[in-house]
Design a protein around this ligand. Structure first.
Ligand SMILES: Cc1ncc(COP(=O)(O)O)c(C=O)c1O
Length: 410
């Protein structure tokens, strides 16, 4: 008798067993190879069950709770059946509270960019105005152009917010039917004045407003219905603290009406497909069901925590990071009044070996922060307080940063 190596797990299917009895048919057993080593040096004091990977305090993806991973391992179900409809509809009440709407929230198995490009394809008939103040908002302008749309932008210096009156002046020139805004520009830590800009856009008839809340949704109050905007979208790997791979979106009646009149809006991100499938508690195409299990779990946690408490927790942990930075004389990139609640972006002091410090915090403490994004990479650092972080876990990070910092200051 041949014995299997002990490190090989295999499933003996019925067909394999029956074929095994016939010595003429040689079919190897289906096996799952042992996990390969990541080759990464294990960190010295990582937190819970993270194996050799550092805990992420980068501004997304962020750390995922073990309960969320466990939820993802729910049973395989077909997405055109009752079990799926129940899963879909069970998430709706909670996620609608998070988004501040009575309208359906659609689930897109994609990262946020899928929906961001979808907004352009579904809505821009005449010309889009992209409000640009950092890497993600700037890129949206490029994406609009690559979709073959007419696009103009208001460009402000990275680190500065968009001014509502500049939006008014530009829209007054005429010709626009869509505006894109990144609420919380993750690359710079700027929180744009959403309500003020939404009020300006609303005063222009026929202009739809699309808002990326990728790194602000669930970290601070956002109310789709009160804002009167037309699309709100977010990825789930930021403050919602799921692994990446799912985006959520809400659309107004006006957005659905516009989408319905667009002949070249495509299929995968077609807003009308999302809406007609939502009416059956379903998605246009096969979704990532594990992500939906996880979303159901996290939304339950958010509602149990209380959204107001959740916002207050983010504000408090964000303030801890600001105070920590102030103690070291680190300057925040965005001006006061326009600072993100979910991440902090500091200008790197000249006398700091930023790369060495970040590496050392990873290797010695198992915590990862980010060394800047896009054209301010190396010149800024970004620290996230999104998701499940508490005063205690943020303090662990700040202590680790403190411990390593003197070694990298000249
Ligand atoms: C504000 C913002 N918008 C859009 C994106 C793009 O998200 P994704 O890469 O998940 O498509 C990001 C990613 O960090 C982001 O922070």
């Amino acid at each position: 008798m041949i014995t299997e190596p002990s490190n090989v797990t295999h499933f003996l299917t019925n067909s394999y067993l029956s074929k095994k009895r016939n010595p003429d048919i040689l079919i190897p057993p289906r096996s799952i190879p042992p996990l390969k080593s990541t080759g990464q040096t294990p960190v010295k004091s990582a937190g819970s069950a993270r194996m050799s990977k550092p805990k992420l305090f980068i501004p997304g993806p962020v750390d995922v709770a073990p309960e969320t991973y466990a939820a993802m391992a729910g049973p395989a179900i077909g997405h055109r059946g009752k079990d799926f409809e129940e899963l879909y509809s069970s998430i709706q009440p909670g996620i609608r509270q998070v988004v501040g709407t009575t309208r359906p929230v659609f689930f897109s198995t994609s990262s946020a960019w899928g929906v961001m490009e979808g907004c352009i394809r579904n809505l821009v008939k005449k010309k889009v105005l992209n409000l640009c103040c950092g890497a993600f908002s700037d890129k949206w302008y490029g994406v609009a152009q690559s979709c073959g749309k007419e696009a103009e932008k208001i460009q402000v210096e990275w680190g500065k917010p968009i001014e509502p009156e500049a939006v008014r002046a530009k829209l007054a020139e005429g010709g626009f039917d869509t505006v894109t805004l990144v609420h919380n520009e993750t690359s710079t830590g700027v929180l744009n004045p959403l309500k003020e800009i939404a009020d300006v856009v609303k005063s222009f008839e026929g202009v739809l407003m699309v808002v990326d809340t990728v790194s602000s949704l669930s970290a601070m109050p956002i109310n789709f219905d009160e804002l009167g905007i037309d699309v709100l979208l977010a990825g789930v790997q930021k403050a919602i603290a799921l692994p990446p791979g799912l985006a959520v979106l809400v659309t107004s009646d006006a957005a659905l009406e516009r989408a319905g009149s667009m002949e070249d809006r495509g299929y995968y991100f077609d807003f009308c497909e999302f809406a007609s499938n939502d009416a059956k508690d379903n998605t246009p195409s096969t979704p990532s069901i594990p992500h939906l299990y996880a979303l159901r779990e996290r939304v339950g946690v958010m509602i149990a925590e209380g959204l107001e408490n959740r916002y207050a927790r983010h504000l408090a942990t964000n303030a801890m990071v600001h105070q920590w930075g102030a103690r070291h004389g680190f300057e925040l990139l965005p001006p006061e009044g326009f600072r993100s609640h979910s991440l902090s972006c500091f200008v790197t002091p000249e006398n700091l070996d930023q790369v060495g410090w970040i590496k050392s915090v990873i290797s010695e403490h198992g915590f990862a922060i980010n060394g800047g994004y896009g054209k301010i990479k190396g010149k800024t650092i970004r620290i996230s307080n999104m998701g499940n972080e508490t005063a205690e876990t943020m303090q662990e990070l700040l202590d680790a940063l403190d411990q390593e910092l003197p070694k990298f200051l000249s």
